[in-house]
Design a protein around this ligand. Structure first.
Ligand code: GTP
Ligand code: MG
Length: 342
């Protein structure tokens, strides 16, 4: 199951207590105070891991408490620091503090870490309270309390190319032909219910494509599966419109393209400023009259290139991959893309 929003509780470990102790050795009368400092509590961290693309595990495991620091000891021994607690999340996860709605940051690349709760500091031992006025202090500090908060984790997948189109347009079939991903394919609308990522290889290069559920007219008002999945193309650099150009869908492909563009515009007009192109799908079964010229005209009017393809025969797929790679490359140097606030 795909889960892109969860609430969890995190707490940093408390600091260890400072120690009260006096040096006691033969031949050293009145040994001074030697109580050491407590160790700091562990932090709670998020870490992006590549093999995961859902927050599902965090739906069942919602509480994360890092360990406390060890107490200080005699002979000025500092307590050991509490180990950090690391929570594995998919790349593209943002942490938002529930109470304030403020973002603590996000982890975008594999291995990237974000501290979401700081451990408490270790308390000072009595050795630290030694002064000219007090040669035998009996004071020490307790450790600090670790930071505690409720967080909302928000996942927006990271892909280079996002697929957009009506249900049944052939998006998943296309992804399964140009990558190793095996999304579910079937001849009914809304086969794809959750986003799927696939890695596409071309000319010894790779890029990542995200397949999302189909969009229909009125989606921005909640029709169909709504636009909830569009947030997963907000971080993609390039949009690929997949339009059924067989002429057998009972709809006009140019109208389909216009409808999807309009839904996207209603959701977030900034998305339409991204480089985009059109894959005219199912060309192996193109009927008469051929709807391709009308689609090409509608796309051309918006400056979008059209590639006719067939996922069945494989026609046009290599050219499509190369064209997508060129668009992705053209944007790779660009600064990170801004999503819209959730
Ligand atoms: N003849 C032909 N059929 C295709 C082609 N691509 C997809 N199809 C068929 O079209 C139907 C829908 O394909 P999907 O890939 O599931 O479409 P989708 O856009 O992912 O649909 P949703 O997930 O419901 O939005 C399936 O029956 C596919 O076999 C193609 O190139 N040629
Ligand atoms: Mg699909």
């Amino acid at each position: 199951m795909f889960v892109d929003r969860v609430k969890i509780f995190v707490k940093g470990g408390d600091g260890g207590r400072g120690c009260v102790s006096f040096r006691r050795e033969p031949y050293v009368p009145k040994g001074g105070p030697d109580g050491g400092r407590g160790g700091d509590g562990g932090d709670v961290l998020l870490e992006a891991v590549g093999h995961q693309n859902t927050l599902l595990p965090l739906r069942y495991h919602t509480e994360f408490r890092a360990e406390r620091g060890e107490h200080g000891g005699p002979s000025n021994r500092t307590g050991a620091r509490g180990p950090d607690l690391v929570i594995a999340v998919p790349p593209g996860t943002e942490a938002v503090e529930e109470a304030t709605g403020l973002s603590l940051g996000e982890v975008l690349h594999e291995g990237e870490r974000l501290r979401v709760a700081r451990g408490g500091g270790g308390g000072r031992g009595n050795r630290s309270f030694l002064s000219n006025r007090n040669r035998a202090p009996r004071e020490s500090e307790p450790g600090g309390t670790g930071e505690a908060r409720w967080l909302r984790l928000d996942l927006r997948l990271i892909a280079d190319v996002g697929l957009l189109g009506f249900p049944n347009a052939g998006k998943s079939t296309l992804l399964s032909r140009i990558s190793a991903a095996r999304p579910k394919v079937a001849d009914y609308p809304f086969t794809t219910l959750t986003p799927v990522l696939g890695v596409v290889e071309v000319d010894d290069r790779t890029f990542v494509v995200a397949d999302i559920p189909g969009i229909i007219e009125g989606a921005h008002e909640g029709a169909g599966l709504g636009l909830q999945f569009l947030r997963h193309v907000e971080r993609t650099r390039v949009l690929l419109h997949v339009v059924d150009a067989s002429g057998l869908s009972g709809r006009a492909p140019d109208a389909d393209l216009r409808a999807v563009l309009e839904e996207v515009r209603q959701w977030n007009p900034a998305l339409l400023e991204r480089p985009q192109m059109v894959a005219a799908s199912k060309r192996d079964v193109a009927g008469e009259p051929d709807p391709l010229p009308a689609l090409a005209a509608a796309a051309g009017g918006r400056g979008l290139a059209v590639r006719p393809v067939s996922a069945v025969t494989g026609a046009g797929l290599t050219e499509l991959r190369r064209a997508l790679l060129r668009l992705v490359d053209a944007t790779r140097e660009a600064p990170a893309l801004e999503g819209r606030a959730p």
